[in-house]
Design a protein around this ligand. Structure first.
Ligand code: MG
Length: 253
């Protein structure tokens, strides 16, 4: 069942959304070769709590950290720890926050130091695919219009979208209906209505789309060990078009 939010509830969702945005800004400030993923996790958790939020992933089905940090061929749900980030790696950072009864969820993938031209291309195309998906999040369209916009852009660039993991509705729960796949056909799936809030999140592999899970029970990796990127925003469908709730008022990197 898809839960529609009132305009007032959409406004309230800006609160966790701005904390998510600020936390991502903080990650861009501190990321450098030599930092550990655990240090990023601790700083993000400190920031979220200072702003009055709660890290939504911590303890979620037993997840042991505040932030999901996924490096290179890790797709999503990587567990931060002692790993030292090296120059040229790419690091996906996924941050969820609960504040004022609502959730916000967003992800970005960043180069550590100087990444290869190939890696930069993967990041650029994945980010562009997210924004093309957001552009399609309009009342009267269907979920498949978002999916198709993302898939087409990714595949035109020679990359592949992950099939086994999808975006989702978000609100008073972190995961609500509908599912928002990163592949599909225009005009298919549920109709988009004002008041829907969607976490749109392309996961894009440089190689094939297949994924598998590591023995830690969390970390999702590409089966062919090709690099993978992930960008996500929580987006409200409104009468005036899509509104990104997790972009915040902070300056872009
Ligand atoms: Mg999500």
């Amino acid at each position: 069942m898809i839960l529609l939010k009132s305009p007032r509830e959409v406004q309230q969702m800006l609160h966790p959304g701005e904390i998510v945005a600020g936390a991502h800004h903080r990650v861009r400030e501190i990321l450098r070769p030599g930092i550990t993923t655990g240090e990023i996790d601790r700083e993000v958790e400190r920031y979220i709590r200072e702003k009055g939020g709660r890290p939504a992933f911590k303890g979620y089905r037993g997840f042991p950290a505040a932030v999901c940090i996924s490096v290179d061929f890790e797709v999503v749900h990587g567990i931060p720890g002692r790993r030292v980030l090296g120059d040229g790696e790419i690091v996906g950072v996924d941050i969820g926050v609960k504040a004022g009864g609502f959730y916000g969820d967003a992800a970005q993938t960043l180069p550590v130091g100087k990444a290869s031209a190939e890696a930069e291309g993967l990041l650029r195309v994945t980010r562009e695919a997210l924004y093309l998906g957001i552009e399609s999040a309009r009342a009267g369209n269907r979920v498949g219009d978002i999916s198709h916009a993302i898939q087409t852009h990714v595949e035109d660039a020679g990359f592949s979208v992950v099939r086994d993991l999808v975006g989702h509705g978000i609100g008073r729960s972190m995961h609500e209906d509908p599912r928002v796949p990163n592949f599909g056909m225009p005009g298919e799936g549920p109709e988009l209505k004002a008041g829907m809030v969607l976490a749109i999140e392309p996961m894009v592999n440089a190689g094939a789309h297949e994924i598998e899970m590591l023995d830690d029970g969390w970390t999702v990796v590409t089966r062919d060990r090709s690099p993978s990127a992930h960008f996500e925003h929580s987006v409200a469908v409104t009468e005036d078009g899509p509104v990104i709730l997790t972009e915040g008022a902070v300056p872009a990197a």
